[in-house]
Each structure stands twice: as structure tokens, then as C-alpha cells.
Design a binder for this molecule. Structure first.
Ligand code: FES
Length: 442
């Protein structure tokens, strides 16, 4: 439609109509074409380690039961009874062999098969139960413990979807020989903002650190940057033109990374065997990394951002931006820690993560305020009337951002954090997806 045409024209020059952050038609298209076709993050495997374990999650706004069946396989069932549509599971998590619908009592096992219908002989003498299994997401797969699902049966495999981003993601996910696990429950909170704003900020908006979060640096909550609200030249990575995924890595000196509070044995155990030399070298220098896998899965690692009880350390969080309307998002946040870490060190990492990026964290609260403000004005009549557009052109064709041709990792890598390519790649993918089906080549 007219708005999509405007987006297409604007994005080529590095601009984006403000309206896309609060528009009912755009949102409907996103639910259908973005969340209906993309691989969407649902859970971490360690949340459902045993047969019968399940958690409730959403793809777009659609409710799913992410269940590990008694056969050990993970599936995502549409949480809707085949009889009249009632939610068959209403508990956020649990362990069960079956799901019994509260309305009339149809019962499904944890493989999704309909196994029980009250008064079946009298009420449904001809019924073949095999025809009435729970609907399920056609594709479910895991990536180093991360569970994703996709509603498009024709979608590419998950590993191909993640593509080059895996090279960078792996430096966090393969951080310990026994893998990572979720500590505590995922935190969730509502923000009156469009879901894309969180996703794009986590692509790597380094530009805002020096201003929005200035006070956090100045008061010394980030010990290594006490008093310096700086944006140094660093390493800015945006992976694969049009992949839609992006990450930013800030490199410190050799071996600058702190490993979860940092028992030396963890450093020794760091999974060099599964990382290339280049990945391992980058991982040991990475003091901060943030990234987004299109559309709404983000992650963040930091070795700098806290001191709990005088102990410096690091944390790694993963995040889902759960859409709940054109102007509302539910943020989900998980803290991941190496399984082999001591309980004390796990708790330190968890508390540190909460103090920074939990719902009342120093950084999170500041980000939420500005995202909500953007969303409010994006829905204003005046913004629509004047066709207000936003500036995403930093580093675009003006020579200020140089591609690092000799960087070892895949994707397009820039030598500065002062460029918007990381956000543009997200929106190019977004435009590609919501344009599919309208006959327009993007
Ligand atoms: Fe589920 Fe009737 S709606 S049994």
C-alpha cells in the first residue's frame, strides 16, 4: 500500500516513516507475514529438560504449548482445543502426561494426540480420534539449546535461517563444555512501545549509550567506564546484507573478557574445541556484545557492566520482544549461565543482569521511556499528515564508516560503532517480509 511504498523509497536513502512504529495495518501485516513465516524463539531447552515438561509461549500473538513429549521430542502445540477452541493448558509451566480441556474435557497426550473424549460412545460413535490431534507448529528446532519454531512449512532450516549470525552467537552459546542453562524464571514486563524498537536497539544502537545512559556511566555503575560516557571507535558488525540479523561487539585488549565472575577454571574450559581460532580470539577480547536475530530474538553479553559486592563479573541474557499490539510489547528476559558454575557465581551473574537489564534495571528503565515516547508520536495524526520520517542514514555512503575487509568473521563489518547499518539490515529484512505477497519485488 502507500505506506509500504513510502517505506521502500525512504529506506533506500536511510530513512524510515515514523508511522511504522504505531500503525494497525502494519501490525496486522507483521503478524501474518513476519511472525507467520519467520523462525521465532520460544524457550531454552533447559526450561523443559524432562519428558512431560512444558511452558506456554507465543508466536506473534498466537498461544503455543512448548512441550517435551514422553518420547523426548520438543513440539509446539497451538493452545486451542479442537472441539470449540478453548485453551487446553492454562498453567504457565509444568509437567504433565496430558492436557485436559476445561470446557468439555477432551484430553490430549503430550504428543498432541487426542486420547479421551467424555461420553464418546454416545456422543461421537463415528469419531476417529486420530483426526483431532492438537494443531502444532510445522517446524520446531534447536540451536545450541535455543528452541525456535516456524509456522511456515516451506521455511528454510533453522541453521540456514540463522546463517552467518551463528558465527557470532556461538561465541556466547558455546561458552562451557556442558552448555548453558537458564537460571530462575524468565522475567516479563509490558512496555507501551512497538516491538521493533527493542529489536532495533539490540541490533546495536551504540549511539544512545553516550547520552541516554550517561548518568549510569558517570555514577560508576559500570566500573570500567567510571566517569566516561564515551563512544569509542570499536567493532561494529552487521551480518550478511539482508539477513536481517545484526550484532555489535566491543573489543577490549587481549583476554579482556571476564568469565562469569570468573573462576579461572572456566577460562580453561572455554570451548575452544568448538570455536575456530578466530572466534575464540574474538570471544576472549569481547567485553560487550549485543545482537538481534530477526525478527524478535535478542541477546546481550557484558563483561563490564556491573560490580556486585565488589565482585566484577559478567552476564549473558537472551530476550524476546513479544508483540501485543501496534503499541505494546511484552519483554521476556532470561539469564543464562554455564552449568558448571558454582551456585554463588550463578546468583551473582543473575543479580547483576537484573540490576542492569531487568524490568527495573538501570539501562532498561531509561530505554523503555524513550521507546514509549516514540510509539506515542508515531500514532499521532500530525506525524501521519506530514509523513514524518526518521534518520537511519548514519554511515551510509558518506565515508564515515569503513568496511573492515580483512575481518575474520562473516558479514559486513564496520570499524566504528557510529553507523546505522545494523538497524538498516533489520528493516530491509522486515520490508522484504511484509512486502511478500503484494506482488512487489524488494
Ligand atoms: Fe475443549 Fe469442548 S472446547 S472439550
Amino acid at each position: 500500500d502507500a505506506l509500504l511504498s513510502r517505506v521502500r523509497e525512504s529506506l533506500a536513502d536511510g530513512f524510515l516513516p515514523l508511522q511504522v512504529f504505531n500503525d494497525a495495518d502494519v501490525y496486522d501485516a507483521e503478524l501474518e507475514r513476519v511472525f507467520g513465516r519467520s523462525w521465532v524463539f520460544l524457550a531454552h531447552e533447559t526450561e523443559i529438560p524432562n519428558p512431560g515438561d512444558y511452558v506456554l509461549r507465543r508466536i506473534g500473538e498466537d498461544p503455543f504449548i512448548v512441550s517435551r513429549g514422553n518420547d523426548g521430542q520438543i513440539r509446539a502445540f497451538f493452545n486451542s482445543c479442537r472441539h470449540r477452541g478453548t485453551q487446553v493448558c492454562r498453567y504457565e509451566k509444568g509437567n504433565s502426561n496430558s492436557f485436559r480441556c476445561p470446557f468439555h474435557g477432551w484430553t490430549y497426550n503430550n504428543l498432541g494426540n487426542l486420547t479421551g473424549v467424555p461420553s464418546r460412545a454416545q456422543a461421537y460413535p463415528q469419531m476417529d480420534l486420530a483426526d483431532w490431534s492438537l494443531h502444532q507448529a510445522p517446524k520446531v528446532d534447536t540451536y545450541h539449546g535455543l528452541v525456535f519454531a516456524c509456522l511456515d512449512p516451506e521455511a528454510v532450516p533453522l541453521s540456514e535461517y540463522i546463517g552467518d549470525m551463528g558465527w557470532y552467537l556461538d561465541t556466547n552459546l558455546l561458552a562451557h563444555p556442558d552448555g548453558l542453562e537458564v537460571i530462575g524464571e524468565p522475567l516479563r514486563w509490558n512496555i507501551e512501545a512497538n516491538w521493533k524498537l527493542g529489536a532495533e536497539t539490540f541490533c546495536g544502537d551504540s549511539y544512545h549509550l553516550q547520552h541516554l545512559h550517561r548518568s549510569v556511566f558517570e555514577v560508576g555503575l559500570v566500573p570500567q567506564f567510571r566517569g566516561k560516557a564515551e563512544t569509542r571507535r570499536g567493532l561494529d558488525v552487521h551480518v550478511s546484507e539482508c539477513s536481517g540479523h545484526a550484532t555489535v561487539i566491543i573489543r577490549g585488549p587481549e583476554e579482556a573478557r571476564i568469565f562469569w565472575g570468573s573462576p579461572d577454571e572456566l577460562k580453561a574450559q572455554y570451548r575452544q574445541g568448538e570455536l575456530s581460532d578466530a572466534q575464540f580470539s574474538l570471544a576472549r577480547r569481547s567485553i560487550f556484545q549485543v545482537g538481534t536475530v530477526f525478527p524478535n530474538f535478542s541477546f546481550m553479553h557484558t563483561s563490564t557492566a556491573f560490580s556486585v559486592g565488589g565482585v566484577a563479573g559478567s552476564y549473558f541474557i537472551i530476550r524476546q520482544w513479544q508483540p501485543k499490539g501496534p503499541n505494546r510489547v511484552e519483554a521476556w528476559n532470561w539469564t543464562l549461565v554455564p552449568r558448571g558454575l558454582s551456585e554463588e557465581a550463578k546468583q551473582i551473574a543473575h543479580r547483576a543482569a537484573l540490576s542492569q537489564v531487568g524490568p527495573s534495571g538501570n539501562f532498561e528503565a531509561e530505554d523503555s521511556v524513550v521507546w514509549e515516547g516514540i510509539t506515542r508520536v508515531a500514532g499521532s495524526a500530525f506525524a501521519r499528515r506530514i509523513g514524518a520520517k526518521l534518520h537511519y542514514a548514519m554511515g551510509l555512503d558518506d565515508g564515515s564508516a569503513q568496511v573492515m575487509e580483512d575481518f575474520e568473521g562473516p558479514g559486513t563489518v564496520y570499524d566504528t560503532r557510529l553507523e546505522d547499518g545494523v538497524q538498516r539490515t533489520l528493516y530491509r529484512r522486515w520490508l522484504q517480509e511484509i512486502s511478500r505477497g503484494d506482488g512487489t519485488a524488494v
